[in-house]
Design a protein around this ligand. Structure first.
Ligand SMILES: Cc1ncc(COP(=O)(O)O)c(C=O)c1O
Length: 392
């Protein structure tokens, strides 16, 4: 099976493998990296062929004529997500990935000192970018209901100070893996309307959705919010192309678009040719079949992982609806974080992302990346069961 292949990534400048000792104190010699959100899989062959063909041409001048690139983004949005993006080419901006996209949005529509709302716990880089940009992170806590995160707009009303200008929405949600319903997204749109907030919807995980769930883009779920909506998508998470750093910020509203275009122009941003060659190969019928197989494989990994975690008293993993990022609560062990980490990193030799980095609500949790061959997930489960053996 394609996804079962154990590919040697050590010594390839892989952040996940080659920086894990520095990050988590786990040696790549015998450690299992389950932190950085990239996958230990090759992309579809068509993507590799597109890069090879460009590389073999051997002349790497400025890129021009991105019509097939833009068509591919539109085709994918329509085919996979029922979203017809405007045919105005200027609406689709290529950014240096979506952390960059979020930062550009922040600089376009907020000022230093303004508040940017995050539903926490959420992707750690959002906190970093907002703080580094001199804005304030406003943490709206997600609430656990029937074992999954939900938003609580009644509670959020009481947190508003008037300084908030933007919501940075993560859909599907990282961590916790919620695939937000249409109703939830419409409630978010109504809240944004009431408080005059721009909604930046980061949908980088939109394609990795587990059986029984369906991702609906924010712009499809809540068209009434079009005048305050900024969409962000990418092929990078879906196809494991993160190193090419090419993301899409899609601004359909002309007034918002003019502001964003000014930010991009002011910073002199221009596209990466490798990314522009890869995207049309990824967003293709071959890519679609590959993603379907990937989602089934991730679902299988999830099953193995969740079953193993459920056998350790005191541990529980949130049921994922989307993403390949398992979110595990260690509160039931009654242990301090240092001891939990000594067991995970020290004994089991697994590098994870620690929950507190994701903000309020992440204190007792850790995130495990399951986008790796099944054998490695099985090995990780065995190691965790051994490291927490005394609880069994
Ligand atoms: C929600 C979210 N946005 C953005 C990113 C990273 O985006 P990029 O690599 O395009 O900067 C990640 C990576 O895990 C993510 O989870």
């Amino acid at each position: 099976m394609f996804f079962d292949e154990l590919i040697e990534r050590r010594g390839t400048h892989s952040a996940k493998w080659d920086k894990m000792e520095e990050f988590a104190g786990v040696s790549p010699d015998d450690g299992i990296p389950m932190w950085v959100a990239d996958m230990d899989f090759r992309p579809p062959q068509g993507v590799i062929d597109a890069v090879k063909s460009y590389a073999e041409h051997g002349v790497f001048g400025y890129f021009g004529n991105d019509s097939d690139y833009l068509d591919a983004i539109r085709w994918w949005a329509r085919e996979r997500h029922g979203w017809t993006i405007t045919d105005e080419d200027e609406a689709i901006f290529s950014t240096h990935g979506l952390v960059n996209g979020a930062a550009l949005a922040m600089h376009s529509w907020t000022q230093p000192g303004d508040g940017i709302i995050l539903f926490t716990p959420v992707y750690h880089a959002f906190h970093r970018v907002i703080t580094a940009g001199g804005r304030e992170v406003v943490q709206f806590g997600l609430v656990e209901k029937a074992g999954r995160y939900v938003m609580d707009f009644d509670a959020y009303e009481g947190q508003m100070t008037g300084r908030e200008k933007m919501i940075l929405f993560c859909s599907p949600h990282n961590p916790g893996g919620r695939v937000w319903s249409v109703e939830e997204q419409r409630a978010l749109a109504a809240f944004a309307e009431k408080h005059d907030l721009i909604v930046v919807s980061d949908e980088i995980h939109c394609d990795i959705v587990l059986p029984g769930h369906k991702h609906v883009p924010f712009s499809v779920a809540a068209p009434e919010a079009a005048h305050r909506t900024v969409m962000m998508t990418a092929s990078t998470k879906t196809f494991n192309l993160a190193g090419m750093h090419t993301g899409n910020v899609i601004v359909e509203d002309p007034k918002l678009r003019a502001t964003f275009a000014a930010t991009v122009a002011g910073l002199g941003l221009s596209p990466n040719a490798f990314g522009k060659h890869m995207v049309p190969a990824a967003y293709s019928p071959e890519g679609a079949a590959w993603v379907d197989a990937l989602c089934a494989y991730v679902a299988g990994n999830c099953e193995v992982f969740d079953k193993g975690i459920a056998e350790i008293p005191g541990l529980r993993s949130m049921k994922l609806e989307g993403t390949y990022l398992a979110w595990v609560d260690f509160a039931g062990t009654g242990m301090e974080r240092d001891e939990v980490m000594q067991r995970i990193a020290g004994e089991a030799k697994i590098a994870v992302n620690q929950g507190p980095a994701f903000g309020h609500g992440g204190e007792s949790w850790n995130r495990f990346n399951l986008a790796t061959p099944r054998a490695r997930v099985e090995e990780a489960v065995e190691r965790l069961q051994k490291a927490f053996k005394d609880l069994q």
